[in-house]
Design a protein around this ligand. Sequence first.
Ligand code: C2E
Ligand code: MG
Ligand code: MG
Ligand code: MG
Length: 280
Amino acid sequence: YHAKRNRNEYQSYKPEMNQEAYDRLRLESDLRQGLEQEQFTLAYQPLVNLSSGKIVGVEALVRWQHPQRGLLPPGEFIPLTEDNGLILPLGEWVLRAACKQNKAWQDAGLPPMIMAVNLSMRQFRQHKLADRIKSILEQTGMTPEYLELEITESMTSDFEAASEILSELKAIGVQISIDDFGTGYSSLGNLKKFPVDKLKIDRSFVTDITKDGSDAAIVTTITSMARHLNLKVTAEGVETDEQIRLLREGNCEEAQGFYFSKPIPGNMFENWYRHRCQSA
Ligand code: C2E
Ligand code: MG
Ligand code: MG
Ligand code: MG
């Protein structure tokens, strides 16, 4: 008991804690350098229409090619960039890179495709976000209607503020979807009033759709609610035939997941796409 108490008292001097603070600082300075040196890349995961089997678009997912630590997934650095504000320049880089890529695929003769890009809370609240996005669209030559901005339910909790931002975004012609839908606490009453185009059903409900009756019910409920509100719906994280079958039965129109493909590095997507269309 005594030893334990001693250890607790000692805690504020633990070398590991200094290590943690040090690692965070290190990561932050690496991030700044990473932004300067463009160490970030995008991977693209296809969005598939469940009735036609066609690829209707992709979601852009950021990765960091860290010079020492290798390719890092967003979970390892996005939260820190949200805390320290670096998400603003990073998010802008992501938007520009995604729009450029979309335009490049168009120029290469691929059919028009949705380009879905994740926005974080800080970006959503950024001053003149719509103007910034508008100029990125103009500079890259991407068609606004094909850019889909993914927000989360938590961003809509301040109804007045969110309505204003969303109307400004809709005014430039982009699409809005709600990511990870079902995990937040958005009010259905508000949902009806927001100018939103699509709900993306969170992977956690899709995963157990074949085993858990209540998850299946949640998916069916979201799908039918979306239909009544005139919203499109996408299921995230689809991995099996059985899940696809149930989603089709529930009239879910679109899906995304490892079943179709893992996120594909930018320089490999065009090949993957052409190959898939030939064999389909
Ligand atoms: P998200 O937007 O919900 O993206 C879907 C995540 O689920 C991706 O992880 C994707 O690889 C993964 N996933 C897709 N299908 C499956 C599947 O069938 N099974 C499983 N187990 N996983 C699947 P990733 O790329 O690690 O991204 C994680 C999260 O990081 C994203 O979740 C998004 O919230 C965030 N993120 C990614 N890129 C950006 C970005 O450019 N900006 C911001 N603000 N956030 C980003
Ligand atoms: Mg997303
Ligand atoms: Mg999601
Ligand atoms: Mg997400």
